[in-house]
Design a binder for this molecule. Sequence first.
Ligand code: HEM
Ligand code: NAG
Ligand code: NAG
Ligand code: NAG
Ligand code: NAG
Ligand code: NAG
Length: 274
Amino acid sequence: MAFKSFLSFCIVAISARIVSADDGDLGSRAIDWNDHQWIAPGPNDLRGPCPGLNTLANHGFLPRDGRNLNMSVILDAGFNGYHMQPDGLALAVKAATFTTDDPLTFTLDDIKLHGTIEHDASLSRNDFALGDNVHFNETIFTTLADSNPGVDYYNTTSAGQVQQKRLADAEIANPNITNTVKEFTIRSRESAFYLSVMGNPLTGVAPKKFVQIFFREERLPIAEGWRRSDTPINGSTLGPLSDAIAEQSHWTTSGGCPWIRAGPESPTTLVQHG
Ligand code: HEM
Ligand SMILES: *[C@@H]1O[C@H](CO)[C@@H](O)[C@H](O)[C@H]1NC(C)=O
Ligand SMILES: *[C@@H]1O[C@H](CO)[C@@H](O)[C@H](O)[C@H]1NC(C)=O
Ligand SMILES: *[C@@H]1O[C@H](CO)[C@@H](O)[C@H](O)[C@H]1NC(C)=O
Ligand SMILES: *[C@@H]1O[C@H](CO)[C@@H](O)[C@H](O)[C@H]1NC(C)=O
Ligand SMILES: *[C@@H]1O[C@H](CO)[C@@H](O)[C@H](O)[C@H]1NC(C)=O
């Protein structure tokens, strides 16, 4: 337990600069989209709280059963499906390895472990303490769906406003909310993710229709006109979007110390609320 506590190195890892990588071996492969039709998960297929990874599994970029995931499997899938480069994903994959005692692989279900990556005030899932923190919830998603009224796209301004509203609502609904700079950093990155993979990763403008299909159906909206970004998505493109979103969310902490839960036996938070 003491060692696992030591591993709970708070925000240091989240804010660490990530070594940039080029496309490397991943770059030259042509994608045959006929091999990547959307198929709904079957009863034995695992899915989790991440719409980005669930979508990759529904299209067969990740194993459709949602199992046996590791760094190379995820980096390949993110590149092929979304044109995301390794530096934008690797830290999340490293964190995901904390969510299970299996040292070699994790599943899409494992990553729901509350306090490692999974957090409160999500865009489309409920808080852990309030019930279902894994499955899409249309009521929760209403805030994002209805944002940026009058136009047919979301952008960094609306994404920040959505984060602010989701947090305000969660602070009222969930007396045990965890909202430190760690959760804030992850949430702002996730907002940059949906704007980037469904929209223009340089401007952060994403068609509402694409974003809504991505969350609600965990499907790439190819039939509706979506195409994988020509522009590679990486730390250099995600950083400015996250920063703009963070600024527009006018965030303040709800107290507590940043804490990365280092395994299923590790405490959920550093401080007990209540
Ligand atoms: C491949 C590109 C990815 C995209 C486009 C993506 C997108 C997203 C988005 C938009 C959310 C927010 C969902 C919400 O707030 O309701 C999210 C949540 C999450 N993602 Fe991903 N993600 C990606 C990769 C990853 C990776 C590599 C991991 C770890 C292996 C990961 C783990 C998670 C987890 C655990 C959550 C739940 C957080 C929460 O809402 O409590 N994601 N992701
Ligand atoms: C990741 O999983 C794939 C598929 O099971 C396997 O081929 C590969 O060797 C694994 N990579 C590592 C680094 O474990
Ligand atoms: C809040 O956390 C405390 C301590 O962990 C727990 O006893 C209590 O049941 C929780 N309350 C809610 C509403 O989740
Ligand atoms: C969705 O979230 C709302 C708001 O917290 C909650 O009342 C409702 O029960 C949730 N729906 C499901 C299916 O979990
Ligand atoms: C986002 O869109 C809204 C509505 O058109 C606009 O007022 C706002 O300036 C836009 N934000 C950015 C960063 O362009
Ligand atoms: C990151 O993405 C930008 C925009 O797509 C691209 O110009 C740049 O070369 C990428 N960086 C690396 C290290 O590949």
